[in-house]
Design a protein around this ligand. Sequence first.
Ligand SMILES: N[C@@H](CCC(=O)N[C@@H](CS)C(=O)NCC(=O)O)C(=O)O
Length: 207
Amino acid sequence: MLTLFHSPGTCSLGIHCLLEEVGAPYELRLVDVTKGQQHSPDFVAVNPKSKVPALNREQGGLLTEWPAIATFLALTHPESHLLPSDPEGVARALESVDYVVASLHMQGFTRIFKPDHFSPNEADHPAIREKGRQIFEKGLASFDEKLGAHAYLGGDQPTIADFALFYIEFWRVMRMKIELPANLAGHFARMKQRPAVARALSQEGFA
Ligand SMILES: N[C@@H](CCC(=O)N[C@@H](CS)C(=O)NCC(=O)O)C(=O)O
């Protein structure tokens, strides 16, 4: 049995959706980051990085970092086709995952909502937030253009990259309360219509 350590509405939502998508038996363990539970001794004993998502795989031990967990789920469930079979397709999917996680999330969104992670000096925070907004907006515009008229980033079939993009879209709509550009709005709606995504959203209290 897999165990996902998660916090509702955070980036772990994307992994939660993927677990539903692949149909693997799993259980959820709540680590509410809004209450600082990522720093509790019990969770730090499990994941010294104090971050979600973290996936415990019993025999395989704990796996952290969104791209690694998503890749693991895709490769262990090939029937779900969450990674393409050709080298170019795999590389393109990983390229998009990395852009979402390393840039839009860690460099953009984190600057906007946690400027104190970048400077303890409050006077610096407006400029840090502005830089974060620029990174985030540039990324969204890039994905909107890449998506174009396609249903998913790679074409007709969603890959792990679409689930990474989904959690960013979710933040933009649900946390920032700003509409998405047209192509991303269509993608967000399409993702939410997937039964697996709807189940994960409902389990996290967002139905
Ligand atoms: N690089 C990590 C980022 C994980 C991350 O930043 N998770 C956030 C939630 S979206 C978290 O645990 N924040 C708690 C904290 O930073 O204290 C990954 O790819 O999984």
